[in-house]
Design a binder for this molecule. Structure first.
Ligand code: AGP
Length: 608
């Protein structure tokens, strides 16, 4: 959600902070701010809007070699300058940036107000800086520890004190923080992305760690006072910042990266000679796999949609009863977890609070949960301990595209591996594996010859008041994903339904010219979905069909025909989602939206 950056060293801190904030901006971009310590003064600059607005307001010669910065996704309090972080105590001598939510802020605020504190923002965070001030007697770490002891909720915090130049106090509980080691300088960030330009040696703080950071390094202790040492890890190449290249937007670049990201995900994992797949990270023996009673795939948003495809593959290919569930719902329904159940937590960022909460719920009940994660070293990957990295590479656009296809591919590989252990013969396994390995090239070919009919689809969708997305089986998951993309990137109201459900109510919404996008590959459900097309057409809908190339009956029936290559049913989502990603992108462009940073959103949702 929000991003935190900190720096102590010998350089002027402001440019380092601004660079870090730019790299973190995809996480939250309502407002941004920084606080710099110079000559025993804390100077704070905050601005509503993107980091560029903040950068324009920061004087080029701003001195100070200790600083913290923040980019915000508003939770408590509107998008205003006074609600932007860092927040200051009443004497303007302590500055604090916070990610997370302080759940008991109302009571704490009332008590502080009774004690005479005047608040200057509507945020939950501000109570924390006043509490730190209240307990400060010259020992910054002790004051932060004391203040956090009164907090219920989640936090990643960074605090600087006017009388401790060269020191940042950082603490984590539920909101990630990473410390980076430089040469005579030390960095802090909520996400290694902000650090990769400066250092690759990092230490991840764990929940309830508190760190005292200076230019020489750091000391970490536990919130209860116990000492602890954390291992220095080296960031891999996946953290390299590749920029946008020749593409106008990260989203378009990431759509076009799918041939490589898919190839990376599949490489070395699918073994056609053995008719199976190899996924060492899962840490499951053939006996474990044979004993699985049920698989639940957990995730949110796009990751949930990938999970729907994964569950269908686990059941359809590996013949293991499986379902997908929205993580935020799962974690609070007191789920029954059996000893032979397996859970897969799917997440691009690996930081989604709802998914992390679901993982912990499984673990509390003694269940086995594996991560299907993109970001190496992220919280979900670390808490799960085992799993599959999807290797889609950094995804910067808020709308997830290449992560979706890599998540689906990773789940298909896992299904193939489980299937081969339980029910699938070597020949069928080989055929499926070879088809999977051919997908990256087919994706590349389709993207290179994007059908012109896509423009007609964009026109229909941007002119319509409301768009329906329909599909059945795994194509329903694709329809859900297409609708999510169109909502978040183009702000076009839309809804996805399993096609056969239309007649049970939603068809009442169909009017003359309502655009209806139907994902209809040539599978066992094709003929039934064709009937739904007839039904909506009879009521005036304009049908955009995403269908198998060569299906002329389907093409003829549709107002707009978008062919995708033929594939086995479980593999079709990797191809049929492509036009829907591009449709959302082009619709967003036509409507003048902020494609990579749509309104009200953030890339990783680290609050509940
Ligand atoms: C997708 O386009 C979204 N922006 C969003 O739904 C996202 O997939 C969801 O928040 C889950 O994120 P994760 O994969 O990082 O856990």
């Amino acid at each position: 959600m929000c991003g935190i950056v900190g720096y102590v060293g010998e350089r002027r801190a402001a440019p380092v902070i601004l660079d870090g904030l730019r790299r973190l901006e995809y996480r939250g971009y309502d407002s941004a701010g920084l606080a710099v310590l110079a000559a025993d003064q804390v100077q704070t600059i905050r601005r509503v809007g993107h980091v560029a607005a903040l950068a324009a307001a920061v004087p080029g010669d701003l001195a100070g070699t200790t600083a913290i910065g923040h980019t915000r996704w508003a939770t408590h309090g509107g998008v205003t300058e006074s609600n932007a972080h860092p927040h200051l105590d009443s004497t303007n001598r302590i500055a604090l940036a916070h990610n997370g939510i302080i759940e008991n802020h109302t009571g704490l605020r009332a008590r502080l107000e009774e004690e005479g504190v005047t608040f200057r923002s509507d945020t939950d965070t501000e109570v924390l800086v006043h509490l730190v001030r209240k307990f400060y007697d010259g020992d910054p770490e002790a004051a932060v520890r004391h203040a956090l002891g009164l907090i219920q909720g989640t936090y990643g915090v960074a605090v600087i004190f006017w009388d401790h130049p060269g020191v940042i106090i950082a603490a984590r509980n539920g909101s990630p923080l990473v410390v980076g080691k430089g040469n005579g300088e030390t960095f802090l960030a909520s996400d290694p992305h902000a650090l990769s330009a400066h250092t690759r040696e990092v230490v991840y703080l764990e929940d309830r760690d508190i760190a005292r950071i200076d230019a020489r390094g750091w000391s970490i202790s536990r919130m209860d006072g116990g000492g602890v040492s954390r291992v220095v890890e080296v960031l891999g190449e996946e953290w390299e910042d590749e920029g946008r290249g020749d593409y106008s937007h990260h989203m378009l670049k990431e759509i076009h990266e799918q041939p490589e990201s898919l190839a990376r995900c599949l490489r070395g994992r699918v073994v056609p000679d053995q008719g199976g797949a190899r996924l060492g990270g899962l840490d499951l023996t053939p006996r474990d796999i044979a004993g699985i009673r049920h698989i639940t795939v957990l995730g949110c948003g796009t990751s949930f949609h990938a999970g729907l495809v994964g569950a269908a593959a686990m059941e359809g290919l590996a013949r293991i009863p499986a379902s997908a569930e929205i993580a935020s719902e799962f974690r609070y329904r007191n789920p029954v977890i059996g000893p032979d159940d397996l859970f897969l937590a799917v997440s691009q960022s690996g930081e989604t609070a709802d998914t992390l909460g679901a993982v912990k719920e499984v673990q509390v009940k003694g269940g086995k949960v594996l991560g299907v994660v993109n970001v190496v070293g992220s919280s979900i990957a670390r808490v799960c301990g085992h799993g599959v990295y999807v290797h889609s590479g950094p995804e910067i656009a808020v709308a997830s595209t290449k992560a979706f296809t890599s998540q689906v591919a990773a789940l298909l590989v896992a299904s193939l591996s489980f299937a081969r252990t339980r029910v699938l013969g070597p020949h069928e396994g080989k055929v499926f594996g070879e088809e999977l390995l051919a997908v990256p090239e087919r994706v590349g070919e389709w993207l290179a010859s994007e059908p012109s009919s896509l423009h007609d689809a964009v026109e229909l969708c941007t002119k319509g008041k409301f768009v329906f997305f329909l599909g059945r089986g795994v194509s329903h998951a694709v329809a859900l994903e297409g609708a999510l993309k169109l909502k978040e990137v183009a702000y076009v109201p839309c809804m996805a339904y399993p096609a056969a459900e239309m007649k049970h109510g939603p068809i009442a919404l169909i009017d003359r010219n309502t655009p209806v996008i139907v994902v209809i590959p040539d599978d066992v459900m094709r003929d039934k979905t064709l009937s739904t097309i007839q039904e909506v057409r009879a009521r005036g809908a304009r049908v955009i069909a995403i269908h198998t190339a060569g299906d002329s009956a389907c093409a003829k029936l549709a107002d707009v025909s978008i062919p995708v290559p033929r594939a086995s049913p479980l593999i079709t989502p990797l191809l049929s989602v492509l036009p829907l990603q591009l449709l959302a992108y082009r619709a967003g462009l036509a409507l003048g939206r902020d494609i990579d940073r749509p309104r009200n959103l953030a890339k990783s949702v680290t609050v509940e």
